[in-house]
Design a binder for this molecule. Structure first.
Ligand code: NAD
Ligand code: UFG
Length: 329
C-alpha cells in the first residue's frame, strides 16, 4: 500500500514508518517539524534501506494537504500529527483545538474527495478518564480534565460520524497507552524539547545528570506501592500494532487499545531502569500532579482477538532501549 503518514518524523510516527517500510509498504511523510527533526527522515531510510517521500507542510493547511493527495495515489492515511503535551494544552487551548482537530477534519475531507478509504488515527488511553481498569474499548468515554484529552475525544467523534455517513470508509481509532523505548538501532527514539513531562524521558535526563532528581508525583494512591500505575508499551510493539490495524481494516469504525494489559508503578519503573542499566536514578516523593489518575492499563484482548497482534517486548527491553538511545544524544 501507499500510505500517507502525518507526523511521521515524530516519535511514534517514525517507528511506525520503519514497520510499514519493512513490511513492503511505501510511505509519504507529511510533517511541519514543529516537534521533530529533519534528520529523522534520513535515519528511517538508513534503517530500512528504503526511500521516503517527505513534505514539510502543516497538516491543518488544506491546500498543502490537497497537493499531496493530488500528487500521490494513496491507499491509506495514518494520522499521527498533533500536539501532545497535557500541561501546555491547558495554557494554550486554542492551539491544541486548532492543530489537533482541524488536521483531522482536513484529512477526512481529503480522504472523501480522493476516494482514500483507509484512515488510522492516533488516539489515547486518556479518553477513558476515570473508568475502572482495565480499560476496554466498549466503555463510555469520560470527560477529561484537559484540552489535549478533549481533542482526542472530539477527533474520535468526528471520525465516527464521518464513517457513519460514508459506508465505504474504514477507520481505525487506536488508543495508545504509554509508549516508551526506541528502535534497536539507536538511530531514532524520543527526543522531547525542554524539561520532559513524561516519566521515561525525565528518568533518562536524571540518569544523564542533566536534571538532579526525579520528582515522583504522589505515593498515596491506592496502588501496589502508592505510586501511579501505567501500561508501558515498547514503541516498536506499538508500531507493529499500526501495521496490524492497517492490514486488517474493515469498513466502519474499528477501535483498539494498543497496550500490554499490564500495569507498572513509578517506583517499579525506576527500580527496573536502575537494575538493567546499572545507573542510579535519584528521586524524591512530592505531591500528586493535578489531573493524574492512580491506575491506567489496557484490556488488550480485542486487538489480540481481532488483529492477531500482541506485544512481545518486556519492561526490561523498554528501559534498556530507552537508555541505549538516550546515551547517543
Ligand atoms: P511527536 O510530537 O513526537 O510527533 C508528532 C509529530 O507531528 C511531530 O513530528 C510534529 O512535528 C508533527 N506535527 C505536529 N503538528 C503538526 C501539523 N499541524 N502539521 C504537520 N505536522 C505536525 O508525538 P508522538 O509521541 O509521536 O505522538 C504521535 C501521536 O500519538 C499524537 O497524535 C499524540 O497525541 C498521540 N499519542 C501519543 C502518546 C505518547 O505518550 N507519546 C500517547 C497517546 C497518544
Ligand atoms: N510521573 C512522575 N514524575 C514525572 C513524570 C511522571 O512521577 O516526572 C508519574 C505520573 O504521575 C504517572 C506516571 O509517572 O503516574 C506516568 O506519567 P506520564 O506523564 O509519563 O504519562 P501519563 O500516563 O500521565 O500520560 C501519558 C501521555 C498522555 C496520554 C497517556 C495515555 O502524556 O498524553 O499517557 O495513557 F494520554
Amino acid at each position: 500500500m501507499n500510505i500517507l503518514v502525518t507526523g511521521g518524523a515524530g516519535y511514534i510516527g517514525s517507528h511506525t514508518s520503519i514497520s510499514l517500510l519493512n513490511a513492503g509498504h511505501s510511505i509519504i511523510i507529511a510533517d511541519n517539524l514543529s516537534n521533530s527533526k529533519i534528520e529523522t527522515i534520513s535515519r528511517i531510510e538508513e534503517i530500512t534501506n528504503k526511500s521516503v517521500i517527505f513534505y514539510q507542510i502543516d497538516v491543518t493547511d488544506e491546500d498543502s494537504v490537497e497537493r499531496v493527495f493530488n500528487t500521490h495515489q494513496l491507499d491509506g492515511v495514518i494520522h499521527f500529527s498533533g500536539l501532545k503535551a497535557v500541561g501546555e494544552s491547558v495554557e494554550k487551548p486554542l492551539e491544541y483545538y486548532h492543530n489537533n482537530i482541524v488536521s483531522t477534519i482536513v484529512l477526512s475531507n481529503m480522504c472523501l474527495k480522493y476516494g482514500v478509504r483507509k484512515l488510522v488515527f492516533s488516539s489515547s488511553a486518556t479518553v477513558y478518564g476515570q473508568n475502572v481498569v482495565p480499560f476496554a474499548e466498549y466503555m463510555e468515554l469520560l470527560p477529561t480534565t484537559n484540552p489535549y484529552g478533549a481533542t482526542k475525544i472530539i477527533s474520535e467523534r468526528i471520525l465516527t460520524d464521518v464513517a457513519n455517513a460514508n459506508s465505504d470508509l474504514a477507520i481505525s481509532l487506536l488508543r495508545y497507552f504509554n509508549p516508551v523505548g526506541a528502535h534497536e538501532s539507536c538511530l531514532i527514539g524520543e527526543e522531547p524539547n525542554g524539561v520532559p513531562n513524561n516519566l521515561m524521558p525525565y528518568i533518562t535526563k536524571v540518569a544523564r545528570g542533566e536534571l538532579s532528581v526525579l520528582k515522583v508525583f504522589g505515593n498515596d494512591y491506592d496502588t501496589v506501592d502508592g505510586t501511579g500505575v501505567r501500561d508501558y508499551i515498547h514503541v516498536m510493539d506499538l508500531a507493529e500494532g499500526h501495521l496490524a490495524a492497517l492490514e486488517k481494516l474493515d469498513n466502519g469504525v474499528n477501535i483498539y487499545n494498543l497496550g500490554t494489559g499490564k500495569g507498572t508503578s513509578v517506583l517499579e519503573m525506576i527500580k527496573k531502569f536502575e537494575e538493567i542499566n546499572r545507573i542510579p536514578v535519584p528521586y524524591e516523593i512530592v505531591d500528586r500532579r493535578v489531573g493524574d489518575i492512580a491506575l491506567c492499563y489496557a484490556d488488550a484482548s480485542k486487538a489480540r482477538r481481532e488483529l492477531g497482534w500482541e506485544t512481545k517486548r518486556t519492561i526490561e527491553e523498554m528501559v534498556r532501549d530507552t537508555w541505549d538511545f538516550a546515551k547517543t544524544l
